[in-house]
Design a binder for this molecule. Structure first.
Ligand SMILES: [Zn+2]
Ligand SMILES: [Zn+2]
Length: 303
């Protein structure tokens, strides 16, 4: 928006100076949608604005929505969907409970009867809502599963897989089988330090194993949708992003293990600003990875 405004101002002053830019200046849009939609095939796309990436499909016989960001963002997507179809949403799915993926559920309340998530995602969403006194702002999942779930909607078969605790203890991989697309939720933060939510049962060792299972379960043609990406990196891609994230966690655990063995204090360890061998996960946010790794490794040592 800032860039756009600056451009407009420049053009405005060019106009004032009497330059011959008038037709061009007015052909430029003065308003831009705050969201971005990238279509992955004819009917299926990703929506990003604020929060975790939304995957949606609007086809002739069905509408599927995976994750909902926040109410305002969900309303934006609903406007787009209503412009294409007057059908209700066949199924609304949450990859996991975090607020940047489920807060917008409430916007879909009158449009979607079925909300599906892993049983632990519902448990976590309830726990957080009770703690934050936001129960009235939630539209909770009304259909849960523990290992695998599947349903057919129009031409699309959707299956949900649970490979164990990772980012939380309730992360689903949501597979659009017909389209060959998997929404990974926050299991992939593309080149971005992830939140490792130990208050909701996260495990870095578990996360590595979930990513290994992902690599063996889906073929090389599969497109993966990522919950988040650092600026300049896409919110969807191929297996390469999964391999990269897995290697980040392996290096994080290896480094943390060595540091613990060296007898360093936790305070000193947390002052590290990089992890040896890691070149793509950089910048702010490293402490949450270091803290989670330290706690996970020292905890398993005691048990
Ligand atoms: Zn997220
Ligand atoms: Zn999350």
């Amino acid at each position: 928006m800032t860039m756009l405004r600056r451009k407009f101002i420049q053009q405005g002053s060019a106009l004032a100076a009497g330059a011959l830019l008038i037709p061009r200046a007015f052909s430029k849009p003065l308003y831009q949608d705050p969201w971005t939609i990238s279509m992955l095939n004819k009917t299926t796309g990703v929506f990003t604005e604020k929060g975790g990436t939304i995957l949606f499909q609007v086809a002739k016989d069905n509408i599927i929505v995976v994750d909902t960001e926040f109410p305002e963002q969900a309303d934006h997507l609903i406007t787009v969907i209503k412009g294409k179809s007057s059908r209700p949403v066949s199924v609304l799915i949450n990859t996991h409970h975090h607020g940047d993926h489920t807060s917008g559920n409430i916007s879909f309340k009158s449009m979607a009867d079925q909300v599906v998530a892993h049983a632990n995602s519902l448990k976590n969403q309830r726990t957080v809502a009770i703690r934050q006194k936001t129960e009235d702002k939630q539209y909770f999942p009304n259909s849960t599963f523990t290992e695998k779930w599947s349903g057919k909607f129009g031409r699309e078969t959707v299956s949900m897989h649970y490979f164990g605790p990772a980012h939380t203890d309730g992360d689903s991989l949501v597979y659009f089988e017909t389209s060959g697309i998997v929404h990974m939720g926050d299991l992939i933060n593309n080149r971005r330090y992830p939140y490792i939510d130990r208050t909701a049962g996260a495990s870095i060792k578990g996360w590595i194993s979930v990513l290994n299972k992902t690599l063996t379960t889906f073929d090389d043609k599969t497109t993966f949708v990522f919950g988040h990406a650092t600026e300049g990196f896409p919110v969807y891609g191929k297996k390469e992003a999964i391999v990269a994230m897995k290697s980040y966690f392996e290096r994080l655990l290896e480094f943390t293990g060595k540091e613990i063995q060296s007898g360093i204090t936790k305070e000193a360890f947390l002052k590290n600003t990089s992890i040896p061998g890691v070149t793509e996960w950089v910048g702010d946010g490293i402490e949450r990875s270091l803290t989670a790794a330290w706690e996970e490794l020292t905890e398993s040592k005691q048990s």
